[in-house]
Design a protein around this ligand. Structure first.
Ligand SMILES: [Zn+2]
Length: 587
């Protein structure tokens, strides 16, 4: 590890950095736990140790230090991870370091694309203030947006012009970079080149889409004209190196603080809904941008809360999107409530027509997920005959099966049975089967591991040159036979030969790694010389006792065969062992 990395690591607070991605709860004097961001789980098996500065997941086995965490979760290389950690912790870096020219190129490219988006946003904002922007301004004020609100969300106007944006940006980037930005359209030429480029968004209101840290990475643009010529009502940036639709939650940058504070988020469909709700004073609101939730979005949200109020449009598409989202969120263990606004209004119109207080009241009256679903089932299959009941039941069962808590499942089932008029015994039978298929609990990785083995593991995590590490290392190298048969034997070998690697990362075998992580979480203090001595004496003792047993058997065998030469040698060895055992009071 470079000096820079080393110094960043010493200054960085791993709990704070990981805490930005995972909701951590204190689980011990110096360790924290939360839901693992790298695999699906309902009960926390992800641990972070504040002093030892590592994380480990007992569910999927990932572990490492603060850089490996950031690298994994942000999907970036080591140098970029260092930069991110330094930035999060306010540590100044001397200069950028890259592993490869490729990495340096990608990082430059991202930087350039962010810069282009920033320039484009500023330019769109400028256009909105010009006389040509009058139509757009009128539209926005008609939707109740004040100039402050427009400025807050950096809403702009893309004029009906093919070339103006390109002319504005071409001094900052070459054509290839402009093409990559997604801000332009182009026609593929016959020779394979992309030909000339022109503005993708024209005569549209532009809503910037920011990433989690507030940098603009894409746009949604709403047509001001309607009709075939105007194209789709909403047009999004295409997928670019900066932007992937399914991975972004609109408004997360502005909402994340409030979401953490209130420990819940409101989910709406469209950007306009989201902006209206936010401006109504409800700031913990996010938009999924028109579609059902993706798994990446759920994982992103899970870092901030596990409670949501879903407020999708009440039309069929909205209801379907709500149901799909509910399915995904339920599987991830979210607590879900559903709001359906009276009069079939979407959040934006509801707030404009009835006012913010009415909307807040509607949020307060949000129904629990199960009540919403039971109502939906009765709405979809309204008959009271047994055929409708079976259909309604089949609609509900998958939802019930996905609920992580046994208690909620039972309660849901009883409710459904009662409201649908179904014999609850039938439902309970179905449920019992669903419950049986649920995942088993994880067995603690340290069960069956002795105190001595735990001391050895911890001791071998120390630094070479330290008396404890050196004593233990010398014992393993000079008396390998004493370590035979230990569960932790191969782990100790890996630790001994790890060089500059982190202890956890030097062990590739999953079970041993989990074991080490557990031991490191249980005990924080470094191994003392007395402990090391105790462990080594204990090993020696066990070894001698084992050897004594083996010698007794070998001696009777030699007597039986009349092999006096062998018998003499074996007896001599046994006597010396007996003496040694007596000396330590174990004879
Ligand atoms: Zn995991």
């Amino acid at each position: 590890m470079s000096d820079i990395a080393q110094s960043v690591k010493q200054q960085a607070d791993i709990v704070r950095v990981i805490g930005e991605y995972v909701r951590l709860k204190k689980a011990g004097a110096q360790n924290y736990s939360g839901l693992c961001p790298f695999h699906k789980e309902k009960s926390p098996s992800f641990s972070v140790h504040a002093v030892r500065q590592f994380y480990h997941c007992f569910g999927c086995g990932v572990s490492g230090d603060v850089f490996s965490f950031v690298g994994k979760i942000e999907n970036v290389g080591f140098p970029e991870a260092i930069r991110i950690v330094a930035q999060k912790c306010g540590i100044a870096l001397p200069k950028r370091e890259y592993n490869s020219p490729e990495e340096a190129r990608e990082s430059r490219q991202r930087g350039k694309l962010l810069e282009l988006h920033e320039q484009a946003t500023a330019w769109f904002e400028e256009q909105l203030r010009l006389p040509e922007g009058a139509v757009a301004r009128e539209y926005l004020s008609g939707r109740g947006l004040t100039p402050e609100a427009i400025g807050r969300f950096r809403i702009g106007f893309a004029p009906d012009n093919f070339n103006a944006l390109r002319e504005r940006l071409q001094g900052s980037a070459d054509v290839e970079m402009l093409r990559l930005s997604g801000l332009f359209s182009f026609k593929q030429q016959e020779d394979g080149s992309s030909g000339s480029i022109y503005s993708r968004f024209r005569k549209r209101i532009t809503f910037p889409i920011a990433n989690e840290s507030g940098r603009i990475i894409a746009f949604t643009a709403r047509a001001l004209d309607s009709g075939d010529k105007a194209g789709p009502k909403y047009m999004n940036s295409p997928e670019t190196p900066l932007y992937s639709k399914g991975q972004v939650l609109f408004n997360l940058d502005k909402a994340k603080q409030t979401i953490r504070q209130h420990d819940f988020a409101i989910l709406v469909e469209g950007q306009m809904d989201c902006i209206s709700v936010y401006l109504a004073g409800v700031q913990n609101v996010l938009a999924t941008s028109g579609t059902a939730f993706t798994e990446q979005q759920v994982n992103l949200l899970k870092r901030f809360t596990s409670k949501v109020v879903v407020n999708f449009d009440p039309d069929t598409a909205g209801a379907n999107a709500a149901e799909k989202s509910i399915v995904l969120l339920t599987e991830e263990g979210f607590e879900i409530k559903v709001v359906t606004l009276e009069g079939g209004l979407d959040p934006d119109r509801y707030i404009r027509e009835k006012g913010a207080p009415a909307y807040i009241a509607a949020l307060r009256s949000a129904r629990r997920q199960q009540d919403y679903l039971i109502d939906r089932a009765r709405q979809l299959f309204p008959g009271r005959n047994s055929e409708s009941k079976v259909k309604a039941l089949n609609f509900l069962l998958p939802h019930i099966r996905r609920m992580p808590s046994r208690l909620t499942r039972d309660e849901f089932a009883a409710d459904a049975a009662q409201k649908l008029g179904i014999d609850s015994a039938v439902l309970r039978e179905e449920l019992k089967q669903a419950a049986a298929r649920r995942r088993e609990k994880v067995v603690s990785p340290t069960s069956g591991v002795s105190q001595v083995e735990k001391i050895l593991l911890r001791g071998f995590c120390g630094e070479s040159g330290h008396p404890v590490f050196d004593t233990l290392a010398a014992a393993l190298e000079s008396e390998p036979a004493q370590f035979e048969g230990l569960t932790v034997r191969t782990a100790l070998e890996s630790l001994l030969h790890r060089g500059s690697a982190q202890p956890l990362e030097s062990i590739s075998e999953g079970r041993s790694r989990a074991l080490l992580a557990q031991v490191l979480l249980e005990e924080t203090d470094p191994v003392t010389e007395q402990e090391a001595q105790f462990a080594l004496e204990n090993l020696r003792l066990q070894f001698l006792e084992g050897r004594q047993r083996a010698l007794r058997a070998a001696i009777s065998e030699a007597e039986r065969k009349g092999d006096w030469g062998l018998l003499t040698a074996l007896t001599a060895e046994k006597l010396s062992i007996d003496r040694e055992l007596r000396a330590v009071g174990a004879g």
